[in-house]
Design a protein around this ligand. Sequence first.
Ligand code: GDP
Length: 595
Amino acid sequence: EVREDIRNIAIVAHVDHGKTTLVDAMLESASTLSSSRIGKDERVMDSNDQERERGITILAKNAALEYDGIKVNIVDTPGHADFGGEVERVLNMVDGVLLLVDAAEGPKPQTRFVLKKALALGLTVLVVVNKIDKPAARPAYVIDKTFDLFCELGASDEQTDFPIVYTSAINRIAGEEPDAMGSDMSAIFKKIKELPKPRADIEGSLQLQISNIAADSFIGRLGIGRIRSGTLLKNSQIGLSAGPGTPIKKVKVTELFTFDAMGRKSVESASAGDIVTFAGVQEFNIGDTLVDLVDPRPLDPIKVEMPTMSITFGVNKSPFAGRAGKMLTSRNIRDRLQKELEVNVALRVEDTEDGDTVLVSGRGLLHLTVLIESMRREGFELMVGCPQVIKKEIDGVICEPFELVDIELPEEYSGSAISLLNERKGNMLEMTTPTAEGSVTIQYEVPARGMNGVKSKLLSATRGLAVMSSTFAGYKPFAGEFGGRTRGNLLSFETGIATPFALTKVQERGALFSSPGDEVYEDQIVGIHAKENDLKVNVCKAKQLTNMRSAGADEKASTTPPMQLTLEDAVEYIVPGEFVEVTPAAIRMGKFPKE
Ligand code: GDP
């Protein structure tokens, strides 16, 4: 049985390729055709600042539109492997995917991860070539590139024969061929209509597996999921189950919403095939099923990925802490994290022995640094510790988390990437032959702890040309200690701020923690000077080790231009015992106060 009147699709796009504009254009065009109005200033899929800066979607958003008697639910997908579990859960709600690519740029590595999952799940992908109006548009090339990518990601024959539609979202037009653009968006709606219909048993026993959790400051905790079978009625007695063979709790859904062009729409009931949000059920987890009390048929639970990395959070007690920091207590931090736990399902928060700090564990560095950065922007004054991987004993062997790393870079730089990852005990899995533009893709499996600082190193080694993405690859036996890092006295910095005079100057401004002669590791960050999001980082170059105070050392400062780094890079560099001061005004390095 299928629902003729619904299509559930996920949208996958690299930030800036026009997702917000396209979804707006679709919503508006659809509402023009059905003559209902939508709020003009609401940009339904608009990215937040962090999403823009990182080029990925962090918060999944939903919308829906109606065209030609068909309701199209559009679900946004998180763009990074650290949100891997969530990507899978979002994709489980849909039958088709819109892959949005810029007509000049083509598909970007950041979308590979989600696309690979979508293809592996057997979903049909509609390729939307947007910005076709750009003078630099090269649709044939972009389609070729997309085809190559599909092949590389293991697409089936049917999947590589993907449907295509061309759009100029900004002009609100779509067409079946780049040189035959229509006068409205109907071409894209026609293609969406041809995507697979949801299979749904409306007469069957209620089954709704909770795919996602959200929070609403008024209604409270919300569950989101697709109704697999049956009908869900507001205020009726139903059951909640964690999976087959588990007890069933009696619950009631007191608020029920479907999606429309405005966002959430309150309804009395919804049936199989539709994606809904509900409230009123108190304690539930991702993967639980809402079931019929008389004929309960819970689905197998969804695996929520276990945390692999921890970072200590504490109140910023440094002399540089701003006023907010002086007022902040560890209680405030705990409360904020507690709120986060309600929606951030892969996160764990534990008290530490000292009682003053909290250990926050998550899916990876990005998962944790996105949270830290959000808190910083909310005004928190924090100190965060060195990221530590969570080791596990499996079959009597100590194992550690590994990452699957994809790096795309010009071939001439592949040697430096390879030696860097070999140093970190990585195993090369694959290296592609150079493309016509001379770029290669290298795939490595690297211990997660070895990824510290890799991104910045690669970027500086390739003059910013390398594009790296990584996925959790699983737990494997401990790979042993890394060689390569030399300990020595602080001498000079990549940023060129090396003279004792400059050091004093920077120290006076409260932006540096290392002093001349301090013992540091090669590549360790010895100071960060930050203003808003503009960070300059000083990295120890141990290779030039001599005595800091020896004659002429001042002149040895390297001339490499300052790196522009994010919090993620800062946290990547620190070693145990150090922390990063995270304040709304700045990010600095420091040392944990001794008890
Ligand atoms: P998102 O980050 O993917 O949500 O992208 P946006 O929708 O915010 O668009 C990014 C930029 O591309 C904005 O400046 C848009 O005006 C522009 N843009 C979007 N669609 C088109 C298009 O069809 N043609 C052109 N030329 N620009 C577009």
